[in-house]
Design a protein around this ligand. Sequence first.
Ligand code: GDG
Length: 500
Amino acid sequence: MPSNLVIVYHRQPYEEVEVDGKIQYRENKSPNGIVPTLKSFFGRFEKGAWIAWKHADDPNNPDFEQVIEIDDAYGKYTVSRLPLTPEQVTSFYHISSKEAFWPILHGFKERYNYDPVDWPTFREVNWAFAEAAAAEAAPGAVVWVHDYNLWLVPGYLRTLRPDVKISFFHHTPFPAADMFNVLPWRREILESLLACDVVGFHVPRYVNNFVSAARSLLDVETLKRQKVKPELSGQTSALSEQSVVTQIGYDDRIIRLQASPVGVDVDYIEAVSANDVTAAKEAEIREELGDAKLILSVGRTDYTKGGLEQLQSFERLLAARPDLRGKVRLMHVSVAANSNMVAYEEIQHDLEAMAGRINGLYGSFEWQPIALISRPIPFKDLVAYYRVADVAWITPLADGMNLVCKEYCAARTDGDGVVVLSEFAGAAVELAAAVPTNPFSYRSMDTGIEFALGMAEEERRDRMKSMRAMVHKQDVRFWAEDQMYHFEEGALAPEPDAHA
Ligand code: GDG
């Protein structure tokens, strides 16, 4: 039976576990809640399908089950797994997506690596995703595509299935034309995105950047622009925008643009926070910490996350404030994604060398200033650390949204805790009560953390109250509803007040 909603997301929506020689599909509760939230959409449609890829040494192996039916808490849905060889994965994902697109999306021209990109393979893989989506989609179905590694899917799909509604969501930043146009495939990518009905981004800046890139190369008309809602205006953020384009016209079609920040599963995080096991873990951490303050930093190992710059700032803090030695600890969680990429291995190595040097310089037998953690911490334990940490120090050089700062606020049901947040994280436009910091400035980094450590309780509570209200309001379900609006009957019809 064809599906009314087809989600195209590179990851499979569950974990595959082998039990007694048989494969079982288990719920994979990703901590940011996106996979479960996406799956929860299936309940609103008569029939759903999910398209992902799966490693296959031999894609022609007759035992490879491409399409499977899942029946879980989210109902019955089909999962179509595209068999990709290790070579295809390396080319499409590790090279094209991570070495070429990722640095440009985050503004790191110097890290952009064009030479090894095999564009025909990128096209071929995107075509396979589009074909699989076309095969699953019912007439007029909604096809919802996620992230830049599937940039060419909308264009292919529009050719294969002119009847479907296509929505695309970017989880990363989208750069302005000067940066985006470094990509030699810029026109092909933009033309594909302009085949969508809706293109979504986290914050208004990325929407306007997308329009600037599209207008630089194609005859795109701005049809509608509106004032940014106060909750996304980011008064003090480097990413603030006053107005945002919401509709553009291209090739006789109208494309809706949407700024819709992904939120976290606040109910789930609060439930974990209230758990006795979490309370026991918290007590254990407090005991270990003694009267020292805890600064917590959590992220994937990636140059965009600003880990090295943060450790340097911490070193300057210890040098400038001898009174803090023995009184503060930085727990820096930097977990490598499973990709074996040289750029990430180098960062990991540099983080280890720097943390080791700082610990050697300032640490003692009783006190190590930095705990560098490179293996993933179970999410329930992470919540306990969130609840104990005096400061969440989140300083990416660029970040589409950043969910860690939102998870920290969600976990602080006690109403205490300070967030120091990079102005270059999308979340900064929502969390106006965080202490803003500019990770490109020593002074801003150093004063930001010092200010947070010295903040009086009343101010901490005022700020946390306001951040928690925002994280509660704009949670992951709010994001889902915002997306849903466009999928409803008639929502994509042209609006009568569209103007040039
Ligand atoms: C992309 C965009 C955007 C981290 N360490 C551990 C752990 N984590 C979890 C966190 C959080 C998630 O990983 C990281 O989320 P982020 O939002 O910070 O970052 P990306 O992975 O880069 O995600 C980003 C996001 O998409 C959503 O659109 O916000 O900008 O880059 O949930 O909790 N979880 C566990 N142990 C760890 O050690 N269990």
